[in-house]
Design a protein around this ligand. Structure first.
Ligand code: GAP
Length: 458
């Protein structure tokens, strides 16, 4: 049975709670561009930090890079983007809408949503024409063809053109990789589904340079490594699947490619969140030819020189953040309560706020004690202090924000210097000495746990 479509619920929760807002909303919005609010930026930063740690910091065979968005225009000629990074586009002269010619079956006619473009009597579709997805701009003050530059449509090319710089600076030996996180821009014809397909997005890409002939063995290893990374984010195993590219789907540069797909539910269903590609030596060979600079790797130990093959892992930071939001959303009944609750059951390490701190009342020294505790905890974790409204409502607000722990200061707290910790996932509570709160939260975070468990307190 297909999973329910939760995108509409998510879009409204994301706005209400400050995860994600439409860009330039007060002017009517910018098409398929989104802004991350206070909770969203923390969540996405946690995703990016987790990727950077797993791909760069915890490995000695991958180096980090932060290449510029604007690159020499020849880069995009060499990569094939100027000639080939396009989608077939049709215009409707009647309603002025634009559609991807190869996706008309998925599109709706703006005049009659039950029909596809071309099916309504008024439709006047043009012949398909190729539309390049790169955003063009000009470098310097003169708007002429000699000064055209592009906003990069993928981060990968910044890595290819720096391959020898990084290798020589770090004295890495093949096999080794280069990783970076950065913005990419695509003038998509049919963006949509919230932050699933947008015109400005962030990629987390890694190019692993290997000796030709060893490429498929590295490819298999990276496929597994990357699937495990997604599982480590708390994404459900049965929502993740590999999709192997058929010969028709394979990009011109790829020898083999698998997508890691996530089930977003509803009509979107299983969709790509990451691509793992064997790009052969296509990119280095192209850049070598277009720049006339040798990009070979010299293997001194074995007296060989060659252009390495590249295994690429490419994941969208926004798309994986959407997968995390979809996976986390739960609406559940609460025993003895009429309203039920909405919970964002994030993996504790990804949660934007780790703990809410709540004085039960605004008197008897409770707010002062709670503020002291909140400011001590803030040195280690993002913490939210809240003294407004009934305690039940304050818990619910933090459930919606995905905060794994709620710390309540009550009359016992001021009497015997202890507090209760309430756990988001099972609403269980434990009491601990105030001086131990940071240590106990640290243990729960390390164990990726948001349920009451006395073993983590002893
Ligand atoms: N360097 C290879 C490359 O860019 P891709 O399959 O076009 O491959 C990789 O993109 C990942 O980037 C996708 O799996 C997706 O997560 C993300 N991505 C691509 N286009 C996107 C868009 N318009 N909006 C959001 N994320 C996008």
């Amino acid at each position: 049975m297909p999973r329910p479509d939760v995108l509409e619920t998510l879009v409204s929760l994301a706005k209400r709670r400050g995860f994600i807002f439409q860009s330039s909303e007060i002017y009517g919005g910018t098409g398929s561009v989104w802004d991350y609010g206070p909770l969203g930026v923390e969540l996405k930063n946690n995703v990016k930090a987790r990727w950077w740690n797993a791909m760069v910091r915890e490995r000695d065979d991958v180096e980090g890079l932060d290449a510029a968005i604007l690159m020499h225009p020849k880069v995009w000629e060499a990569s094939g983007h100027v000639s080939g990074f396009s989608d077939p586009l049709v215009d409707c002269k009647a309603c002025k809408a634009r559609f991807r010619a190869d996706k008309l079956g998925d599109a709706v006619c703006p005049r009659k949503p039950s029909k596809q473009p071309g099916e309504h009597a008024d439709c006047q579709l043009t012949e398909p024409r190729q539309f390049n997805l790169m955003f063009k701009t000009f470098i310097g003050p003169v708007e002429e063809s000699a000064s055209v530059v592009y906003l990069r449509p993928e981060t990968a090319q910044g890595i290819f053109v720096n391959f020898l710089n990084v290798q020589q600076a770090t004295r890495q030996k093949v096999p080794f990789g280069i990783a970076q996180i950065g913005k990419a821009f695509r003038n998509e014809i049919t963006p949509g589904n919230f932050i699933f397909r947008t015109r400005e997005f962030e990629q987390m890409e890694m190019q692993f340079f290997v000796e030709p002939g060893t490429d498929m063995e590295h490819f298999e290893r990276w496929k597994q490594t990357r699937l495990e990374w997604h599982l480590g984010l708390g994404l459900d195993r049965d929502r993740l699947a590999f999709h192997q590219h058929t010969d028709k789907e394979l990009a011109h540069y790829a020898r083999a490619a698998f997508d890691i797909n996530f089930d977003f539910g509803g009509t979107l269903g299983f969709q790509e969140i990451e691509g793992v590609h064997n790009r052969s030596d296509f990119d280095l060979r192209q850049h070598q030819e277009f720049s006339s600079k040798k990009l070979e790797y010299v293997d001194q130990a074995n007296n060989k020189r060659y252009l390495p093959y590249v295994i690429e892992t490419s994941v969208g930071a926004d798309r994986v953040t959407l997968a995390i939001l979809v996976n986390a959303l739960r609406e559940e009944a609460v025993e003895g309560e009429q309203e039920g609750r909405t919970v964002m059951g994030f993996h504790p390490a990804l949660a934007p706020i780790k703990a809410g701190v709540f004085p039960l009342t605004k008197k008897d020294g409770q707010p002062e004690m709670a503020e002291r505790l909140a400011s001590a905890l803030r040195k280690r974790f993002p913490v939210f202090y809240d003294e407004a409204g009934a305690i039940g409502r304050r818990y619910r607000r933090q459930d919606e924000a995905g905060t794994p722990f709620g710390i309540t200061i009550d009359s016992d707290s001021t009497a015997n210097d202890s507090v209760t910790i309430r756990f988001r996932d099972d609403m269980g509570q434990i009491r601990v000495a105030t001086s131990r709160v940071a240590e106990v939260l640290g243990r729960y975070l390390e164990a990726d746990h948001a349920r009451a468990d006395s073993r983590l307190v002893e």
